[in-house]
Each structure stands twice: as C-alpha cells, then as structure tokens.
Design a protein around this ligand. Structure first.
Ligand code: T4K
Length: 385
C-alpha cells in the first residue's frame, strides 16, 4: 500500500504532560494556600528542587527564559559589545538589544553548530565585555576553549542554555560552566513549566540583584532599590515544573530511543546528515532532532523536503533560519565575519519531530516518507537527463 499521510498532524514537538490527577492534587494545594504568585510556597519548593538538581544554591526562577536572560545581562552590568551566534532563536539577541548591547555575530562550528572559538577570538575589540554562547539543540559549546578565551581577555562568559536542561559534561551539570547560564522551561522544551526560565550563576552575590530585578526592584513594602520589571514565576508554572522534573530521566530515555530510530532508518539516505555522536562524557537530552539536507545528494532542497513532509501531515521546523543577523531589526549591524558555516547550515537545517510520546512506529513512517521523497527525486532527475 502506498505511504499514507498521518491522520493527525505530527508537530515538531509536543509538551509532556504529567498524569492529570498529579496536577489536580497540586492545584488543590494552591486553592488551599490562596497564594498564586510572588514567590509562593510551590515556587520556593521548585527552586529548592532545582538547586538540588543543579547542585548549587545560585538559582533564580523567572516567568520565561527571555526575561531571565535579559535580567541576567542587566544584573551583571553587561554593556558595549557582546560576541554571540546568529544561529539561535531570536530571544538570544533580543535580550542583548533590550539592554542596549550591540550583538557581534560570529560563525559557528560545523558539527554541533555552537560558536566557533577561533571566530570569537578574532572578533574581540576593546568594547567587547562578554561572550554569549548558545548550547544550541542542547549540544554543549566548546566549554574549555571558550573559558580560556574569556579568562585571557577578561570577558564574562554567559551561556544561553535554553535547550540544555538535563545535559551534563564529565559528570558536571552544564550550568557549572561559564559565569551564568539561562535555561528555558517553555512548553516546547523537554523539561518545561508551561512557560518559565532559570538563571544559574557563579557569583552568589548576584542572587539578590536578580530577585530585585524580577520584582520591580522592591526591597520591602516602601523601598524600591532599582528599576526592576515583573518577571516572576507563578505557582501553576512551578507546580507543572515539579511534576515534569519527576519524569525527566524517562523523558530523556524515550527521546534517546527516537533519536536512535531516526539515525538507524535514515543512515543510508544520501544527502541526509546527522550531527556526529557526542563525546562519551556528554549526557545529552535529545530535545531536538536536527538533520542537514544536501540538496544535490538528496535530490531535493531542505525547503522542498519541509513542504513535502507537510503534505504527509508531518510538521518539521527550520530552526534556525533565517540567521538572526538577517532579520530587519539586526540587518543594520555591520558583519565582520562572513558567517560561512552559519549561512550554509541555516540553509540546510531541518528539525524533525521529536518528543517523548512520539511512537517509534511513527518515527519509522516519517523516515519512510523521507526515503520515498529521495527515491522520487532521484527518479525524476534520471528521467530529466
Ligand atoms: N534562547 C533560545 C536558544 C531559545 O530557543 C529560546 C526559546 C529562548 C532563548 C527563549 O526562551 P523562552 O522565553 O521561550 O522561555 C518555540 C518556543 O516558543 C521558544 O520557547 C523556543 N525557544 C523556540 C525554539 O521554539 P516557536 O515560535 O517555534 O513556537 P510554536 O508556537 O511555533 O511551537 C512550536 C511547535 O510546538 C508547534 O509545532 C506547536 C507545538 N506546540 C507548541 C506549544 C506552545 C505544542 O504542541 N503545544 C504547545 O503548548 O518558538
């Protein structure tokens, strides 16, 4: 029988939801407390659990990752120029923009798409104050080399770890690297609190500043010590986070199986390339499933494949295309780096659906569709010759 489209859309991701009775049990507690936001008891519990998980007291929770990063930069007093990647979600450079910091976009490396340390070093100027690197797709950046560059040039090293919850390197949680890391708990992430974000940081003195900044700058009822904003996590978010955290290891394991299935069933398709396996000391979270499509070998461009999949009710995403520097709000920033790798990857990248309850049989069907497109494309290329 010819391959049929899926009855229901298969989206790039689907949030994990804990058993409903666990959530309603928690909601009863919120009803009893009559406390909904402003550092309530469940937010405090969530914060303690994350402190244990990340083995540090230096955590601060927020209502989303974007404001966490924005406040993190503000609280650390970052200014001038910050070297960053154009191959990420727009929130990374928006957080700089909102702090009146000039993003300096430099190239990425070709395997895991994280900042290329050589490009970072080549772009340092007297105005550079920090490096804002992204563990894109949860792939750890080149941690030691970036740390060395930051130390030698006296730069602050900040990680956008929005995708990297649950990732560790050499047995150390990813938050232990750099001066500050931001995690997103958005619904589209493997670990989520509906919306939410977290900063982890090296200098414990920053905690107070971040707490002020996310709560209007209030020190007490009558004193406002800085012009803060409102970026507080609420009790419903924290409840969801606590419940999802309990399932984290099994979520990673289910996603690992999906990744393995894609790799196995697509390994012989010409022009479909996966990032290489990660070093053995990296514990990965399998939150995204990026592939690169080589138009010449596959027979069809990334965009044509993206459209063809849609016809089968499979909704992949072009994370991250276009590059941030090509959005109108960043186009006026002069680029010193030609961004050769970032441009190539951004034209070829496609994120396939991955989420813990995506059935392995469905992953196989998605792979079959990709095989079919390749065969059709090769056949029509042959007849055209
Ligand atoms: N830094 C980086 C590197 C990031 O990737 C992000 C966010 C941030 C910073 C900022 O963190 P937050 O402020 O968001 O905490 C999504 C997410 O909204 C965004 O959080 C994420 N990165 C980005 C990579 O992806 P969109 O525009 O792709 O979202 P949307 O609504 O198209 O959803 C994606 C897919 O998920 C759709 O197929 C539908 C499905 N979905 C979505 C939601 C919200 C569901 O099935 N259920 C849902 O509840 O940005």
């Amino acid at each position: 029988m010819p391959l049929q489209p899926f009855d229901k859309p298969i989206l790039v991701t689907r949030p994990f939801l804990p058993p409903l009775d666990e959530f309603t049990e928690g909601v009863k507690e919120i009803w009893d407390n009559h406390w909904l936001t402003n550092n309530g008891p469940i937010v405090q519990r969530f914060s303690r659990e994350l402190s244990n998980y990340y083995e540090t007291d230096n955590v601060c929770l927020f209502n989303n990752g974007t404001l966490a990063l924005q406040i993190g930069l503000q609280g650390m007093g970052i200014s001038g120029e910050v070297i960053t990647t154009p191959f990420t979600f727009v929130a990374t450079s928006h957080a700089l923009y909102w702090n009146k910091i000039r993003p300096v976009f430099v190239d990425i490396e070709p395997n895991y798409y994280t900042l290329d340390p050589a490009a970072v070093e080549a772009s340092i100027t007297p105005w550079t104050t920090a490096i804002l690197a992204v563990h894109v797709y949860g792939f750890p950046c080149n941690l030691n080399v970036l740390a060395d560059i930051a130390r030698r040039h006296k730069l602050v090293l900040i990680y956008d770890a929005a995708h990297a919850f649950g990732v560790s390197v050499g047995g150390r949680p990813i938050s232990h690297f750099g001066d500050m890391s931001m995690f997103s708990f958005h619904a589209t992430k493997l670990f989520h609190s509906i919306e939410g974000g977290m900063l982890t940081f090296r200098d414990s003195g920053l905690k107070q500043t971040f707490d002020y900044l996310k709560n209007f700058g209030f020190k007490n009822e009558v004193e406002v010590v800085m012009p803060g904003t409102n970026a507080k996590m609420n009790e419903m978010q924290a409840l969801m986070g606590i419940l999802v955290l309990k399932h984290m290891e099994s979520l990673i394991e289910s996603s690992r199986l999906i990744d393995a299935t894609y790799r196995e069933f697509l390994k012989d398709v010409p022009g479909i390339q996966f990032p290489p396996p990660l070093p053995a000391d990296v514990k990965y979270n399998f939150v995204y499933q990026p592939i690169e499509v080589d138009e010449e070998k596959f027979g069809m461009s990334r965009d044509t494949l993206y459209d063809a999949l849609k016809k089968y009710n499979i909704f992949s995403r072009r994370y991250f295309y276009p590059l941030l520097c090509d959005f109108p709000c960043y186009r006026s920033i002069a680029l010193k780096d030609p961004l050769l790798t970032a441009r190539r990857v951004s034209e070829r990248i496609l994120c396939l659906p991955i989420y813990p309850d995506l059935a392995v049989d469905d992953v196989v069907r998605i792979c079959e569709a990709i095989h079919l497109f390749h065969h059709k494309a090769s056949k029509s290329a042959l007849t055209a010759h």
